[in-house]
Design a protein around this ligand. Structure first.
Ligand SMILES: Nc1ncnc2c1ncn2[C@@H]1O[C@H](COP(=O)(O)OP(=O)(O)OP(=O)(O)O)[C@@H](O)[C@H]1O
Length: 531
């Protein structure tokens, strides 16, 4: 007899051990899975896919009817390959590309122009990632294809559901509506920070006014179609940090659950406004047991934009072994193409010691991977100045006409980097300090974290504690604050690069944040007050 289907949305806030819960639920379902049906798990990255597969393998045997993969591989396997050709929507041979088509901003209607290019490519069998989703939706308009799709999958798990687009959700929801499958969505509404990539389109409401619709992870919480459950534990952070982040979460109040983290370090606001002093203060606080009970081993320096820490992103390389890490091989290859020099001649041609070259490669890596506002024009001069290519003998600058090739080369490099994400995470772990954008810090954790706002407005968005205002935030600003504040295990410091007003200080006080002003500045201030 078929067991009752329970479609559910699991709200899993930061540090709640989401993957552990996901694995537990998958195993329960594997035990009930009929041989002729599939259990599918949609993950957000290849790294997440591998982690889930590895952890599952330890507990159950992975049968061919278990699928774990990204949304695009899921759609290709279950919709495009079986029905795309039959329905005459794609030719026989398919090429899948993650190339993002960009049309000229000055174009009259960039949206239509992009669609035309994407459609023309698909006729030739070249499918972009975005188009895979659109095409899948089109396939599901065919009743027979829809029926077969629904009959094939018994259980569908979706990890990081907050980052799905509305169209992706409509595809998952088709399975729920088919009444033969169970859909389990897992995510955290407060960690939805990919709007810059998945911008939701405005739709007309009943009064005819154009509005951006709520993301399904928010709207489903008021409907009965999915049963809602919440993971209330926080296994990552100290009690003070859990209490602090609870002010901002719109749907969960977490409990401090990792009793091994007994320190009650206060959350600090560093009042200096110069980055150098802020970092200096943070360094001092980390080694002052009145503020931070144990000296942190790993630390994150976070900001919205990478450029905040541009002068600090140098990492000490001297203790590294000389083995060729895959990531560096990719960068060496990139440089060799960029300068048109054979790989083994790079050191000589650039006049650098190997250790120097490696340090500079790391700078390049940070620039490509962590700078989301990255500009190709600037990038050429960034590479040229970083490597400062001069003729050894004469010191004369050597110039190449490299601009045209840059974009392609950088894309190739950044693609190979995302494949190597695990290695990169390992490399980063070797360093005690990591300078990251908030986007890149998602899913990671460190003992101590410094989060720097570029101005008071940004800080106030991060500190927004009104649920309605947070829901209406289309730019992810409030949620970026939540992601950053929820990274530390033991110690959290916040700072702002512009002075903050009395009201902001009062707001910080209501959240039990302690203010820190360096002694010298305190003295200057009291002198000023006396005069
Ligand atoms: N059931 C558990 N008991 C004890 N510790 C746990 C449990 N689950 C996870 N942890 C630990 O808690 C920390 C946070 O877990 P994890 O990174 O899986 O959280 P998450 O839900 O993915 O958080 P985020 O959404 O912020 O990335 C990790 O150090 C993990 O080892």
């Amino acid at each position: 007899m078929k067991s009752k289907l329970n479609n559910s949305l699991i709200i899993a806030a930061a540090g709640s051990g989401k993957t552990t819960e996901l694995i537990k639920q998958i195993i329960q379902k594997v035990n009930k899975l009929p041989n002729d049906k599939y259990l599918a798990v949609i993950t957000y990255t290849n790294t997440a896919t591998n982690e889930i597969l590895e952890r599952l393998q330890k507990k159950v045997s992975i049968q061919p009817n278990i699928f774990v993969g990204t949304i695009h591989s899921f759609l290709i396997k279950f919709l495009i390959k079986p029905y795309g050709k039959v329905l005459g929507l794609v030719p026989n041979e398919l090429i899948i590309t993650d190339y993002d088509i960009k049309v000229n901003k000055s174009s009259k209607n960039p949206f239509i122009e992009k669609n035309m290019i994407v459609n023309r490519l698909s006729e030739k069998g070249v499918l972009t990632y975005d188009y895979i989703v659109t095409l899948s939706k089109k396939i599901l308009e065919n009743d027979e294809a829809k029926k077969r799709f629904c009959n094939r999958i018994r259980y569908l798990f979706v990890d990081e559901f907050q980052d799905s687009t509305n169209t992706q959700f409509e595809i998952f929801d088709t399975l729920r509506k088919g009444k033969n499958s169970e859909v389990i969505l897992v995510g955290d509404p407060e960690q939805r920070i990919m709007n810059f990539r998945n911008k939701p389109r405005k739709r007309k409401d009943s009064s005819g006014a154009k509005k951006v619709p709520l993301h399904p992870i928010d709207s489903l919480q008021n409907k009965k179609t999915y049963s809602i459950s919440k993971l209330n534990c926080n296994y990552r952070s100290s009690e003070t940090i859990v209490n602090f982040i609870n002010h901002f979460h719109s749907s969960i109040q977490q409990e401090w659950s990792n009793k091994e983290i007994t320190s009650k370090n206060p959350v600090m606001f560093i009042q200096s406004t110069k980055l150098k002093s802020i970092i200096n203060d943070f360094n001092n606080l980390c080694i002052n047991s009145n503020y931070c009970k144990t000296v942190p081993k790993t630390r994150f320096f976070l900001a919205y934009e990478n450029k905040v820490y541009k002068n600090y992103r140098k990492v000490d390389f001297n203790h590294k072994s000389k083995e060729n890490l895959p990531l560096f091989t990719s960068i060496f290859e990139y440089l060799s193409a960029f300068y048109n020099i054979k790989k083994d001649q790079l050191l000589f041609a650039l006049g650098l010691e190997e250790i120097e070259l490696r340090k500079k490669c790391l700078l390049l890596l940070f620039e490509i991977n962590y700078n989301i506002d990255f500009d190709f024009e600037d990038f050429v001069s960034f590479v040229e100045t970083t490597f400062n290519r001069k003729r050894e003998e004469t010191g004369e600058e050597v110039k190449f006409n490299i601009k045209d090739r840059t974009k392609r080369l950088v894309e190739e490099l950044s693609n190979s980097m995302s494949d190597n994400y695990e290695d990169m995470a390992k490399e980063l772990k070797e360093y005690q300090d990591s300078f990251l954008t908030i986007h890149k810090s998602k899913g990671l954790q460190a003992d101590a974290v410094l989060v720097v706002a570029k101005n008071e407005k940004e800080l106030l968005m991060w500190l927004e504690d009104d649920k309605e205002n947070r829901l209406l935030d289309q730019q992810d600003n409030c949620r970026l604050g939540y992601v950053a504040f929820s990274r530390p295990k033991e110690f959290l410091c916040i700072a702002c690069l512009t002075p903050v007003g009395k009201e902001t200080v009062e707001k910080l006080n209501t959240f039990n944040v302690n203010l820190f002003l360096q002694l010298e500045e305190q003295e200057q201030l009291s002198l000023k007050n006396m005069n």
